[in-house]
Design a protein around this ligand. Structure first.
Ligand code: 2HG
Ligand code: ZN
Length: 461
């Protein structure tokens, strides 16, 4: 709870127009893509790094929580004010500071929308590959905080692979720079890597230096239809075994296809049980050769049809439909618990049939889609949260799913983080000594526990 006196001090730091306690603002900033809702006491819109430092010093003095927030597109509740306090909305940190064509670097403020950065760098023939499904709304700072993945991770990696350095405010109010603005650098501990994916619990990210690459000259997308989901994911392993690495290799099962059928705008064979959405890029000749290899493998694996899309318009329609699967599955039930487990690619068929059995066992739809090229599968457990019976079933199903994934040498989260939704399960994957070490790291950064408390750890520190 922020005291009246602390609110007055905040207003002096920020100016009265940059802090709000209006109900509709609190409601808007108290929820995120999980659709869970908590009420902050106030929302701050800082415009300068020094203001953030002053806010954090005040928070230590007065003992109120501060929760940094990008666009609120997170899927595990990382930006939710679970213990009230102050939301630190980074909306005003939205400048692209520099695109350096000779060093292939971009310097941005953390509130820049990811798609905007991509468009700007592409205008000069450069490329920022990470593209989480939320690119049109999510921010670079949020992507860094969660180490967002996305559709192109199979070939180009995730956010972590493009961050060279950060400017952050530590919970104690100190402003530091981590990493480098050069292609290489090994001085001291790698604080940049530690902060990436720390879910807003270790520092407030204000500035990001990103590595860029040249934009690929030619891109081809295709959709491949199969009769059954297990064969479809087996085809993924075969494609990877052939040493062709597509830019994106996405999977959707029948449930998902039905939810976005009208948006895809292609005729989908009636007997389709699952599909792959594949993108290849590079020079024209190589892309053509790789497309032929992929087609041949899919045919051998029993593909029933192919649809290619080489015009930009057609490709964009396919990918927009894919990006919209997440909201589209609400057609099946009013609520969902969505997981983003990862298994070794060659275990995906086992995982997909296991989810099918779970869905039958609990009598709930569980549409499955995701980044098959990474073995990163979004299992969506659809339910009506007003129905206590369905809630209990999903609780059980999630724990069973996680156990199965760990038995397959997989991991609980590939890109959405732990936040609050997966905190109760952390101990299934992370040993006690490893958790204790992580908690000591948290305490070294944030001795008074004011920055984004209640996240990641089951004991809600
Ligand atoms: C995607 O790949 C996102 O579409 C969202 O990571 C996944 O909502 C989800 O489960
Ligand atoms: Zn995803």
């Amino acid at each position: 709870m922020i005291s009246k006196q602390a609110l007055r001090k905040l207003s002096r730091i920020l100016g009265p127009e940059a802090i709000s306690t209006c109900r509709d603002v609190l409601d808007h900033y108290g929820t995120d893509a999980t659709k869970l809702a908590y009420s902050p006491d106030a929302v701050a819109f800082p415009g300068h790094i020094r203001e953030i430092a002053d806010i954090l010093r005040l928070a230590n003095h007065e003992g109120f929580p501060v929760v940094p927030r990008g666009a609120g597109s997170g899927k595990s509740g990382g930006a939710l004010p679970v213990q009230g306090g102050l939301i630190l909305a980074m909306d005003r940190f939205d400048r692209i500071l520099e695109i350096d064509e000779s060093n292939h670097i971009a310097k941005v403020e953390s509130g820049v929308i990811t798609a905007r950065l991509q468009e700007e760098v592409e205008k000069v023939g450069l490329f920022y590959p990470p593209d989480p499904a939320s690119i049109h709304i999510s921010t670079i700072g949020g992507n860094v905080a969660e180490c967002a993945g996305g559709l192109r991770a199979v070939k180009y990696g995730v956010t972590r692979d493009y961050v060279l350095g950060l400017t952050v405010v530590l919970p104690t109010g100190n402003i530091i720079k981590t990493g480098v603005e050069t292609a290489k650098g090994v001085v001291g501990y790698d604080l940049t890597r530690l902060l990436i994916g720390s879910e807003g619990t270790l520092a407030v990210i204000v500035g990001v230096t990103l590595r860029l690459i040249p934009k690929p000259v030619f891109t081809r997308s295709m959709m491949v239809f199969f009769k059954d989901p297990c064969t479809t994911v087996k085809a993924v392993s075969e494609i990877m075994r052939s040493k062709v690495v597509p830019t994106a290799l996405e999977f959707m099962d029948r449930n998902c296809i039905e939810c976005v059928r009208n948006e895809i705008g292609l005729s989908i064979p009636k007997s389709t049980g699952a599909l792959l959405l594949i993108e290849l890029d590079g020079d024209r000749a190589l892309t053509r050769r790789e497309t032929d290899t992929v087609k041949e493998i899919c045919s051998q694996m029993g593909a029933i049809d192919f649809q290619a899309a080489s015009t930009k318009k057609k490709r964009e329609r396919l990918w927009e439909a894919r990006r919209n699967v997440s909201p589209a599955v609400y057609k099946l039930k009013p609520d969902k618990v969505s997981e983003d487990v990862v298994v070794p690619r060659n275990r995906m068929a086992d995982l997909v049939s296991y989810v099918n059995r779970l869905s039958q066992k609990y009598g709930l739809p569980m549409p499955v889609y995701g980044h098959a090229g990474d073995g990163n599968i979004h299992v969506n457990m659809m339910l009506d949260k007003k129905n206590p019976d369905e809630l209990t079933k999903v609780d059980k199903a999630v724990r069973e799913l996680f156990q199965k994934v760990l038995d397959m040498k997989g991991t609980l989260s590939g890109e959405h983080g732990i936040g609050i939704t997966k905190a109760p399960y952390l101990s299934m994957e992370i040993s006690k000594p490893a958790q204790e070490l992580m908690i000591r790291v948290k305490k070294a950064f944030d001795p008074n526990g004011i920055l984004n408390p209640g996240k990641i750890f089951p004991q809600r520190i």
